[in-house]
Design a protein around this ligand. Structure first.
Ligand code: 1Q0
Length: 215
């Protein structure tokens, strides 16, 4: 046990985890959601220390959610749906400006939710890319269409610089660990709808409860 092989990133695992996110009645399990991000962060870390500021923030968010999951009210945090209900009913969310609940599950998850849209766009571009497509371009286009709208100038600037350090498409496909490029493309085609569904369900829930702009 504990060989290096176990530690290696594998796209399949990430996709499996996002698949496990959805309950039979289409609720999103927080534990699996967090687990999916953990695996993605492992990959991000393997890409180099220039991504450290991104992974630090993501890890921080994950720790907040895990603390809720393991806290005394953990049973209220089993699904994103139950979390939203619990935190809203008990006024545990800062709705308009930051105040007594800077680490609510709702506002914390919203940040990851926005990042999931970036991931969906980026993986979609990777899937349909050609051999000479640039990962840095695909990444920044996806970012500009999603997350960047929620970031101040200085973060956008730093992100833009980091994207330039991304490995090229062949190295990226290699790191996904699912075989030759055709197989990566096939896997992405299989897995993307799962990620989209998790995103869509969360998006509808948050919209319904007016949680899209939590400070
Ligand atoms: C591969 C390159 C990864 C690029 C990820 C794009 C995200 C860029 C985000 C940069 C901003 C990070 C600095 C902190 C920002 C926070 O201010 C912001 C708001 O939080 P708050 O508390 O201040 O209101 N935080 C966020 O917006 C959260 C950002 C989380 C980003 C999580 C990214 C994890 C990335 C995983 C890499 C996956 C590699 C892709 C290939 C996948 C293959 C299956």
């Amino acid at each position: 046990a504990g060989t290096e092989e176990d530690q290696k990133f594998c796209l399949q695992e990430v996709l499996d985890t996002f698949k496990l996110c959805l309950s039979e009645n289409k609720e999103v399990y927080l534990e699996q959601y967090v687990a999916g991000w953990r695996k993605l962060i492992k990959l991000l870390n393997s890409l180099g220390s220039v991504f450290g500021f991104i992974s630090n923030d993501a890890v921080n968010k994950i720790h907040i959610l895990v603390a809720h999951l393991n806290g005394e009210n953990g049973s209220q945090y089993v699904t994103v749906q139950s979390m939203v209900k619990y935190e809203l009913e008990n006024e545990l969310v800062d709705l308009t400006k930051r105040g007594g609940h800077p680490e609510s599950g709702c506002r914390t998850l919203l940040r990851l939710h926005r990042a999931l849209r970036w991931l969906e766009l980026f993986l979609g571009r990777l899937r349909t890319s050609s051999e000479d497509s640039k990962t840095s371009v695909m990444c920044s286009e996806s970012y500009n269409e999603s997350l960047s709208q929620h970031h101040p100038w200085v973060v956008r600037k730093a992100a833009g610089l980091a994207f330039c350090m991304l490995p090229g498409r062949p190295a990226f496909f290699e790191v996904m660990n699912v075989g030759p490029p055709e197989q990566v493309v096939a896997k992405l085609g299989e897995g993307l709808p799962l990620i989209s569904e998790v995103y869509q369900i969360t998006e509808e829930l948050y919209t319904q409860h007016n949680l899209m702009d939590l400070p």
